[in-house]
Design a protein around this ligand. Structure first.
Ligand SMILES: [Zn+2]
Length: 270
């Protein structure tokens, strides 16, 4: 599943080819993805110039003067910029044709992705109530400490709550907690300010590192064989339950927390 770094990598890959382009036409090969595609995508988007490609949480926004097309890659979605004549493959559901002669093509086999419309000056309900961006200055240890007081939920579940901070999925929550030396089971309200400083810094480190690695896949971004930018990663704990800790050699523990598989080192993480 695309996580925040993949979405940000996709945004950076698309931006140079999409920003400043006028939408020549929109082709919908089905009426819905996860949800019905609203009429505005066909009626308001064509003819508009895409001013910028931005990201909020794991949503991508194609911003125009009329409003923004709001895209989510879901479980299996991929966006690519291709020559307009590129033959259609299975699951190519949407084409946004650009006046450059290229097409922004959305492919999504499992259709958990979405394409929605946000009118100018409004915030789409899906974007309302979201916490701060993890790579922004608004996200720091003091913020986490303040918000977590009185919370008994495990700190890992707290970190994955989109109202607390957006885009910290299972992989990056596990990796950041390992880097910060905090047990994922510890009650969020029992973590000290100093340790939350370390946790916020660790979240930024693991996400920034992943985005940096993702950049190396962008070579192939344009072209029918282009990779959408989901990349191999060096992980310390995620997916390594029962294997030795890379720091101390102790066997990593695995147990679901909030119904999500969770792995941590019982010696390095307290
Ligand atoms: Zn360890």
């Amino acid at each position: 599943m695309p996580e925040l770094p993949e979405v940000e990598t996709t945004r950076r890959g698309l931006a140079p080819h999409v920003e400043g382009q006028r939408v020549a036409a929109v082709i919908l090969r089905r009426p819905d993805l996860r949800w019905p595609i609203p009429a505005e995508i066909s009626t308001r988007l064509p003819g508009r110039r895409i001013r910028s490609v931005t990201r909020r949480a794991k949503y991508l926004l194609l911003d125009t003067d009329e409003g923004a097309a709001l895209l989510h890659l879901g479980m299996s979605g991929a966006l690519r910029v291709l020559p307009a004549a590129t033959p259609i493959r299975a699951h190519d559901h949407v084409d946004i044709e650009l006046d450059s002669g290229r097409v922004l093509r959305f492919n999504d086999p499992r259709r958990f992705g979405c394409l929605l419309w946000q009118p100018a000056g409004e915030t789409h309900p899906l974007l309302a109530g979201l916490g701060p961006e993890p790579l922004s200055d608004a996200f720091d240890g003091a913020y986490l400490f303040r918000l977590s007081r009185g919370r008994r939920a495990p700190v890992k579940a707290f970190l994955m709550d989109q109202a607390a901070v957006v885009g910290v999925g299972n992989i990056y929550a596990a990796e950041a907690l390992f880097l910060a030396g905090i047990s994922p089971l510890r009650a969020a309200g029992k973590v000290s300010p100093e340790r939350y400083e370390r946790l916020a810094a660790s979240v930024k480190t693991v996400l920034a590192h992943a985005i940096e690695r993702g950049g190396t896949t962008l070579r192939d971004f344009i072209g029918p064989d282009g990779s959408p930018g989901y990349f191999e990663q060096e992980l310390s704990v995620y997916g390594r339950g029962g294997e030795p800790c890379k720091a101390c050699g102790r066997v990593l523990r695995e147990q679901p927390i909030g119904q999500r598989a969770s792995v941590w080192c019982p010696r390095c993480q307290r």
